[in-house]
Design a binder for this molecule. Structure first.
Ligand SMILES: Cc1cc2nc3c(=O)[nH]c(=O)nc-3n(C[C@H](O)[C@H](O)[C@H](O)COP(=O)(O)OP(=O)(O)OC[C@H]3O[C@@H](n4cnc5c(N)ncnc54)[C@H](O)[C@@H]3O)c2cc1C
Length: 438
């Protein structure tokens, strides 16, 4: 029996490997000329960059974390997280609520005072439960932290108003700080937040792609690149999967490609499902990669909530993740700009994007133009799922349809959920255990 796996990102490759190990005949159909999806990396002039934005290996899920670390075991650099938020020229420890002592005095008072006031009001039951993401931010952090960081940063990354976003996803994803930690942080006693990520791994050589390379190694000959699935039809008990010029026949298929691509490839999809699918929101991302002669700050990554500093929402320093990510004497910076399909950013050419990022980095005193020895731009159409208020209604319609049609969905844009690599691998492991072991 042949199982076709649509999409050769982390999810598709991990699925293929596990099914292959169980004796199934698999074929991975990947649209791009290289597999890896968001987990691809490139090395040019001695600089290695992740092309789907900066990736690190971490997880609360011990089984998945061990799996990922095992895959890169002879190629692993362990790092202590040193992450900051750039706020009015200050480097504030991340998460923001654990770094209040780094704020200017007035802002520190504003944040701690409002945090305590909100906490007391919530404890006394004086506030109605939050109904959207914006209300949740105020309810959890108070007006100070909300207005100095949480709302501006989130609106910058999501490119969407927080009061039009659902809050079903925040628990477990955005740390809820204990009040003692926030008070300690405001008076300068060091505390850590988001501790499952305070130490992270990264491949020494090859960037994050080294992880997918290791996963793909036993199944290289099962991967078809350059095969963009455009139609899937059931005929005489088998599936005919086509890219418009060639047909692959499979007894079963599993989709890891964006649901939008899957729905477009299927016949006779009801209009209500097509409409629900079209209404699902997501962001694209532009990554601007810069290599410099000289050092970069000793920081893992840096959030930039201020709109005045330009379009970049986050920068990371790959040369701090791996000693091999930049040539000797050089450092590297990866700037991420999320955007909406078809907006101003998507119309900017590479030179304009690099210019925009260099202006930001110069304003932050991270580098000077003269230090730059390398630059490039990467674009990914699918980067983040955006949870608007209709998300749960729309995704339920799409998933119900796929489930009734017997189409398994595995992966970030296939399940259309904010899944990190660990979440994708958890879905893969569960799918194989529950659906393929019987
Ligand atoms: C900016 C950014 C930073 C991130 N940082 C981290 C991090 O630090 N740690 C972490 O754990 N996770 C991180 N992630 C999440 C991580 O990238 C994803 O969870 C993971 O890569 C998703 O893998 P996937 O295979 O499900 O999807 P994808 O990587 O999107 O793979 C889907 C594949 O399907 C292919 N495809 C699409 N359409 C078709 C078609 N019609 N036919 C055939 N193939 C098709 C695509 O080309 C792609 O290769 C980050 C994501 C982003 C955007």
């Amino acid at each position: 029996m042949t199982i076709a796996i649509l999409g050769g990102g982390l999810s598709g490759l991990a699925l293929a490997r596990l099914l292959h190990e169980k004796g199934h005949d698999v074929v991975v159909l990947e649209a791009e000329t290289a597999y890896g999806g968001l987990c691809r990396s490139k090395t040019e002039q001695g600089f290695t960059f992740d092309i789907g934005g900066s990736h690190i290996i971490f997880s609360r899920d011990t089984e998945v974390l061990l799996f990922m670390r095992k895959m890169i075991e002879r190629n692993e650099q362990r790092n202590d997280r040193n992450t900051k938020i750039f706020y009015k020229g200050h480097y504030v420890k991340y998460p923001f609520e654990n770094g209040l002592s780094d704020l200017p005095e007035k802002d520190r008072f504003f944040c701690i005072n409002e945090f305590v006031k909100m906490h007391v009001a919530v404890e006394k039951g004086e506030l109605p439960a939050p109904q959207n993401f914006c209300e949740w931010i105020y309810y959890t952090f108070g007006k100070g932290i909300a207005e100095c960081y949480m709302v501006p940063y989130n609106e910058k990354i999501w490119k969407f108003p927080t009061d039009q976003m659902s809050l079903h996803w925040v628990d477990g994803r955005i740390p809820r700080p204990p009040i003692e930690d926030v008070i300690k942080s405001a008076i300068g006693i060091s505390t850590e937040g988001y501790t499952h990520q305070s130490v992270f791994s990264y491949p020494l050589d090859g960037g994050i792609e080294a992880l997918v390379d290791a996963i793909a190694e036993p199944i290289w000959d099962k991967i078809r690149t350059g095969f963009r699935v455009t139609s899937v039809r059931k005929k005489d008990g088998v599936f005919e999967i086509s890219n418009g010029s060639e047909v692959i026949v499979a007894d079963q298929f599993i989709s890891t490609i964006p649901v939008q691509h899957l729905v477009a490839a299927l016949d006779n999809v009801p209009i209500s499902v097509k409409e629900a699918c079209a209404a699902l929101r997501y962001n694209a991302i532009v990554c601007v990669n810069i290599g410099i002669q000289g050092e970069v700050p000793d920081i893992s990554w840096l959030y930039i909530p201020e709109i005045a500093l330009g379009m970049t929402n986050r920068i990371s320093f790959p040369s701090n993740y791996s000693a091999h990510a930049a040539p000797g004497g050089c450092g590297s910076v990866l700037a991420e700009i999320t955007h909406q399909p078809g907006d101003e950013v998507s119309r900017m050419d590479d030179a304009a994007l690099i210019d925009q990022v260099v202006t930001t980095l110069e304003a932050m005193h991270i580098l000077t133009k003269e230090q730059i020895v390398y630059s490039s731009v990467e674009r990914q159409p699918y980067a983040y799922v955006v949870y608007d208020l209709d998300y749960q209604k729309n995704i339920a319609i799409v998933k119900d349809y796929c489930s009734t049609a017997g189409i398994p969905l595995v992966g970030r844009f296939s399940q259309f959920e904010y899944l990190n690599m660990d979440g994708c691998l958890r879905s893969v492991l569960d799918f194989v255990a529950q659906r393929m072991d019987s």
